[in-house]
Each structure stands twice: as C-alpha cells, then as structure tokens.
Design a protein around this ligand. Structure first.
Ligand SMILES: Nc1nc2c(c(=O)[nH]1)N[C@H]1C(S)=C(S)[C@@H](COP(=O)(O)OP(=O)(O)OC[C@H]3O[C@@H](n4cnc5c(=O)[nH]c(N)nc54)[C@H](O)[C@@H]3O)O[C@H]1N2
Ligand SMILES: Nc1nc2c(c(=O)[nH]1)N[C@H]1C(S)=C(S)[C@@H](COP(=O)(O)OP(=O)(O)OC[C@H]3O[C@@H](n4cnc5c(=O)[nH]c(N)nc54)[C@H](O)[C@@H]3O)O[C@H]1N2
Ligand SMILES: [Mo]
Length: 649
C-alpha cells in the first residue's frame, strides 16, 4: 500500500470501465485492429518504465483536458510516475512555454502557479504587490477574447508576441474583430505581420538573441538567455515597454526595475511568499540573486528553496502531490462527442499543424531562403484512396472547404495520411500566399477547461481546382501585389520566388504576372506552339525578373535561375539559358533542395546515387554532405535510396 492513497480512483476506474471496458470497444473507437490495442496494453503492462510523451495531437482538441487527465490517471494508477524513466510528459511547444506559465501568462492563472479558484491566492498576490485592485477571476481565453472584441465588449487590445490574425481559428472573424476594435496596440519584433498591419500603435520589441532574461524548459530547468546582438533601431525589451506604460499610468514606483535581474528577484520572492510547501513552483532560494550572480546563473531545476537550495531533479518520487491533502487526485473522464463531427457534406477530417522547415506564422522562417525554398507553398496531404475518389492530382491544386471558410494548396498524395483525413500546415498567411491560411477553415470550438481549439478535427470537403497554366517567376525586389488566381511567395537569395497557377490562356497570364515586374530591357521567348512563354527583365546588365508560364502538366526547376540574381553582369550564355529555360552544360541541375544544411538537391542526389552506386545514408553523406548536418533529411534520403534501387531493378 502506498503511503498516500489517491483520491478519486474508484470513480475514475468506473468511468473508464463504462466507456472503454474491453479491448473490442477501444479498438472500435480508435478504428484500430484489436490485436494492436492488445499488444499496446501488453507492452505498457510489461514495462514499468513508460513515458507517455504527448503534444498538440492530444491538447488541441475539444476534449484535450480529458485526454491529458486520462494519461495522468493511467500513470498514477499504475505507479508509473516520479521515478527514473517514467511519467506523463507534455512536450511543450514554445521554447519558453513553461516560463510563460510560471509568470502567469495565461488568462486563467495568477502569477507563480496560483489559481483564481482559491480566493486566498488572489488576496495573497494582491498583498504581495500592494496592488490597489486585482482581477478577481479568470479573464477570457484567446478565442473567447476575440469573440468579445467582435461584440464590442473589449475596446482596447494590446497584443504582444503573437500573431492571432493568422494563428487563431476562424481567422476571418478575428480579422474583422481587429478591424473594428477602436484601439489595437501591437508589440512585435517584426515590422510586417497580418496582426501588426491591423494595429494603430506599434511597439517595436526585441527578439531572441537581442533579449536578456531567463527561460524554462520542459524539465523545469531555468536557464539564462543572454543577448548577443545589439538592439536594432528603436526596438526595446518588452519588460521595459510595459514598465514605461505603467509609469504613465501612475505606477512609477512599482515598475522602477533596473533590469531583468531585479524583475527575477521579485518573481522568485512571490513564488515563495506564504508558500510553505503548498505550491510546486517555488524558487524562493533565488530571491536574493545579485546582479552578478544573475549574470553568471547556471541552469537549475525548480523547486529551489530552503529544503532544496541547489534545485530539484525529480518530483513526486515520494508520492506527495501539490494538493490540499498531499494526495494525487484522479479525474473521472468519459469520451465526449465531437462538437463538429463529419457529415455527408463535410466528410473528411482535416488535421492542421507544422512542417519541418517552418515556424508558426512564417514571419521568421519565411525570411530564410534555405527553409522557404524547400517548402515554398502550402500543401495538403491526402491518402491515395481519397485522392482517386476526388480526382485530386499529386502536384495539382486542391480546395479545402469547411462551414467556416476555404483555402487552396498544392496536393501531395501520400500513404502517410490515413484515408478519410487530410493534413494542412498552419504556416501560410496573406503575406506568403493568396489563399493559404488554414485558420480561415478552422472552427473555434474549444476545450471547456483549457480553451484550446479543436485544431486536429475540422470537418471539410476537398475538390480539385482547375488550372490550365502554371508559372514560376523570380523577382529581385519583393512584389507589392501579384495578379494571379493562385499564388505563393517564397524568399530566395537576392530574389523572391512566385509560384502561380490559373485558368485561361498562358499569354494573358504572362501579362498579368509581369505587371509587378520592374521596367528594363526585356528578352522574350515563345515556343512555336504558343503554349510556353518566357520573359527576362534586365536592368543595367543585371537580372531583375524572370518568368516562365506554360501548360499545367509541366513544372519547372528554377533554382539555377535564382543563382543569376547575385551576378553583377549577365554573360551571353546566361541570357541564352534564361530564354532556353535550361542551365548551360557547365551548370548541372541541383533539383529541389532535400538537405537544407548543405544545399543538396534531389536531382543531384539521384544522379550521385545512380552514378556512384551508393547504398546507404552514410555513403550519400560522404559523397555529397547531405544528411550530415541536422539530420532531419535522413528519412527522405532513405526514400530516395529505395526509389533509385527500384528504378535500377
Ligand atoms: N518546425 C517546427 N517545429 C515546431 C514548431 C513549428 O512551428 N515548426 N512549433 C512548436 C510548437 S509551439 C508546438 S506547440 C509544437 C507542436 O508539435 P506537435 O504537436 O508534435 O505538432 P503538430 O504539427 O501541431 O501536430 C501534429 C501531430 O498531431 C498528431 N495528431 C493529430 N490528430 C491527433 C489525434 O486525434 N490524436 C493524437 N494522439 N494525435 C493526433 C499528428 O499525428 C501529428 O503527430 O511544435 C513545436 N516545434
Ligand atoms: N490551425 C492551427 N493553428 C494553430 C496551431 C495548429 O496546430 N493549427 N498551433 C497553435 C500553437 S501550438 C501555437 S504555439 C500558435 C503560434 O502562433 P503565434 O504565437 O501567433 O505565431 P508566431 O508566428 O510565433 O507569432 C509570434 C509573434 O511574436 C513576435 N515575437 C517574437 N519574439 C518576440 C518578443 O520577444 N517580443 C515581442 N513583443 N514579439 C516577439 C514574432 O515576430 C511573431 O510575430 O499557433 C496556434 N495556431
Ligand atoms: Mo505551440
């Protein structure tokens, strides 16, 4: 018998038995073979050291809190917690997601892991800060907040370090809310974002590398983040901006911080204030950190207090939990019905999320040619069975439609996607694509506790988008408008690349697309059949723009054209190549980049694998360098090896 019997175990077990009492029921609910469910349970039971790692596939759901509680219930009930190699492990996504929670940066939290549901906690924080007034209950979470803005109940909005015009569900509604809100203030590190453009007051903030402070990772380890770049232009740290506004509101004394170390000391003191072991987040041992000690601070795991002055590597090994009676608490959960299930009109479940080469709303990774050119367009992944039924073509365009909105993306057909589902990335927005914003399609049903949207469960229908022509254009300066029915824009080295498509004649498309080009000497090419057109604009002997438009059945590798933008003077053979649409013999084609670290393309890889008869990833690395950097292209290298072997056979 464990020293502290957990609370609520019987209720949790009863709920589990009634909804998932046998393997057949679970297999049916998960749409998996019974044997796989049985095998999973056997594995879990056979090994005491089990870590359940989970991320947004669990959290971003209208029953996300239930799912997390179910995971924790199982670990508690089977004693798989608090000892080495075991436990429920939430992989927090943002680099400092933990730090944000510690300072209370969620609408339903006070600072230092204190909650509004305890009136004593509200009173405690108010006394600690000598605050004349303090919020008595949780504020609206992100989705609800914008609903209130739309209803005119919130009239002043200060948005800091987030791009809700892209990242929140039903983003057309969010945009209208921002457009009608009387005062929108945005603190951001970038000049351009779909949210920054909708603000009246813009406060330029420092970004990673320019900032000084601390961050906390998923194992409760607080680390110093030290600035290594000087602040650009008028940009200032967020804490400084907040402090200056507070001073204007009459709170000069309370916000007279000399720097991050002073703020950290106050934060540490609050975490220990009237704590006495009742709250997990306690770094009172750091409340007297001098400026010098802060500068030299070494990564430390909290709690850090009188009992554990050097930090705490492991929690819960003693079966004591941070509840009023010290016992673990089970939560009885039963499956909930989907808020928006699929139906005849919207039969496919759309999952949304990330791609390897991009970060969130693209205003950072979208600036990197190496990343952007590897993933230049929004894509929708579909299973071959669904693609066949819906007449979707690999590399063609597809429209995703829901009851809330629509988007258009390149179709990628892959066995990795289960039938009946599709995946689209969250990254694209109005700066990088005409119709690529997935949150126009997403609905705003949320989990009742956490407020997390149902981002992995959107009922949609898919349809092929007709196109007669495809175009690739490269322009030296970022175009301010692009005239095409479909387009995506990606950063290249010394140029921007436009991918466009549409219906009608290629000749008309050429005129419309070229309307964003600078004026200069123009070289044109037209194939005898009048189906393919090429145009190069040269300004003072440099390449300023280039365009290829042709039938939708052919797609073009233009990486070699990109390299010509760096040339001071185009040689005669360069001009010929631009019109021929082929690099000269002296410049073998690279193909779409596979290894971003070493800029190795698909065409070169396939050629090298064939010519040098390479058999494994290590050999590819030795021959080309591919796969020897971050390693994230290794699965793709394996696929290329298999494909080339198949061809040879
Ligand atoms: N390259 C890159 N990396 C990032 C980020 C980025 O923008 N770019 N963002 C970071 C951030 S903030 C976050 S939050 C994390 C997110 O990291 P993840 O949560 O890992 O990634 P997502 O792409 O949001 O979600 C896709 C995952 O959800 C799973 N999934 C979908 N539906 C379900 C379901 O019903 N049940 C279960 N169990 N799983 C399901 C899919 O199988 C897939 O593994 O990534 C972080 N890392
Ligand atoms: N459909 C769909 N939508 C999603 C998701 C999904 O899986 N599917 N995932 C959700 C998840 S998990 C996340 S985390 C969100 C991410 O969504 P957001 O947080 O809205 O996306 P970011 O692009 O990271 O926006 C951060 C902004 O802060 C700015 N910034 C960076 N550093 C600083 C700083 O120090 N100070 C200030 N003031 N500004 C700074 C950046 O320039 C950028 O404009 O998206 C969510 N939206
Ligand atoms: Mo996230």
């Amino acid at each position: 018998m464990r020293p502290h019997a957990p609370d609520g175990l019987d209720e949790a077990l009863a709920a589990a038995r009634s909804s998932a009492g046998d393997i057949a029921t679970v297999a049916r609910a998960c749409n998996l073979p019974e044997a796989e469910i049985a095998e999973f349970y056997d594995l879990f039971a056979a090994y005491p050291r089990v870590v359940t790692a989970y991320s947004q596939g669990v959290n971003q759901s209208s029953s996300g809190t239930d799912k997390v509680n179910a995971i924790i219930n199982v670990h508690l009930a089977t004693g798989r917690i608090g000892r080495p190699g075991m436990g429920p492990f939430s992989l927090t996504g943002q680099p400092n997601a933990m730090g944000g929670r510690e300072v209370g940066a969620l609408a339903n939290q006070l600072a230092a892991h204190m909650d509004y549901d305890d009136p004593a906690a509200v009173d405690r924080v108010q006394r600690f800060w000598h605050a004349p007034t303090i919020a008595q209950g949780p504020g609206p979470k992100a989705v609800e907040m914008f609903e209130r803005v739309a209803r005119g109940e919130i009239r002043v909005l200060w948005i800091m370090a987030t791009n809700p015009a892209v990242s929140l569900p039903e983003s057309d509604v969010v945009r209208r809310a921002l457009d009608t809100c009387p005062l929108v203030i945005v603190s951001d590190a970038m000049r351009w974002s779909d949210t920054v453009e909708r603000s009246y007051i813009r406060l330029p903030a420092l970004a990673w590398g320019e900032k000084d402070g601390t961050v906390t990772n998923s194992e409760r380890r607080i680390s110093r983040q030290r600035a290594f770049l000087s602040p650009p232009g008028e940009a200032m740290a967020d804490w400084w901006i907040i402090g200056e506004v507070a001073k204007r509101l009459g709170f000069g004394a309370e916000f007279s911080f000399t720097g991050p170390a002073a703020i950290f000391r106050e934060h540490a003191a609050l975490s220990g204030f009237e704590n006495d072991g009742s709250r997990d987040f306690d770094i009172s041992g750091l409340a007297a950190t001098s400026d010098k000690a802060y500068a030299a601070f070494e990564p430390t795991q909290w709690p850090v207090n009188a009992a554990a002055p050097g930090g705490t590597e492991r929690l819960f090994g003693d079966d004591r939990y941070f509840t009023s009676n010290g016992r673990a608490r089970f939560v009885a959960v039963r499956p909930r019905r989907d808020v928006h299930p699929t139906d005849r009109d919207y039969p496919i479940v759309l999952l949304t999320g990330r791609e390897r080469d991009h970060w969130h709303t693209l205003n950072r990774s979208g600036k990197s040619p190496r990343l952007a050119l590897r993933a230049p367009e929004p894509q929708i992944a579909v299973n071959p069975k669904d693609a066949k039924r819906l007449a979707l073509q690999d590399g063609g365009l597809g429209r995703i439609e829901s009851r809330w909105g629509s988007m258009v993306a390149r179709v990628r057909i892959t066995d990795d996607q289960s039938p009946g589902t599709a995946f689209a990335p969250m990254h694209w927005n109005d700066h990088f694509a005409k119709l690529g914003r997935v949150n126009a399609v997403a609905h705003s049903a949320v989990d009742p506790q956490s407020g997390q949207p149902d981002f992995k469960n959107i009922p949609v229908r898919l349809a092929a988008v007709a196109r007669d022509w495809e175009a690739i254009a490269l322009v030296g300066a970022r175009p301010s408008f692009i005239d095409a029915p479909y387009w995506a824009l990606a950063a290249g080295v010394a140029h921007w690349r436009i991918f466009a498509a549409g219906t009608g004649s290629a000749a008309a498309a050429l005129d419309r697309l070229a309307s964003c080009f600078p004026t200069g000497q123009s070289l044109t090419f037209r194939d005898p059949a009048g189906e393919r057109f090429r145009l190069a604009i040269i300004v003072e002997s440099r390449l300023a723009a280039w365009l290829d438009v042709g039938p939708a059945t052919t797609r073009f590798d233009a990486d070699w054209v990109g390299t010509l933008f760096a040339k001071e003077t185009l040689a005669r053979e360069d001009r010929r190549a631009l019109l021929a649409g082929r690099p000269g013999p002296q410049r073998p084609a690279e193909g779409a980049i596979v290894c971003v670290c070493h800029s190795v393309g698909r065409t070169r890889l396939c050629r090298t694998i064939r010519e040098q008869r390479l058999l494994d990833v290590a050999a590819i690395g030795a021959a080309t360098g591919a796969g020897t950097g971050c390693g994230s292209c290794i699965p793709e290298l394996r696929t290329l090896l298999a494909e080339t072997a198949m061809e040879a056979a």
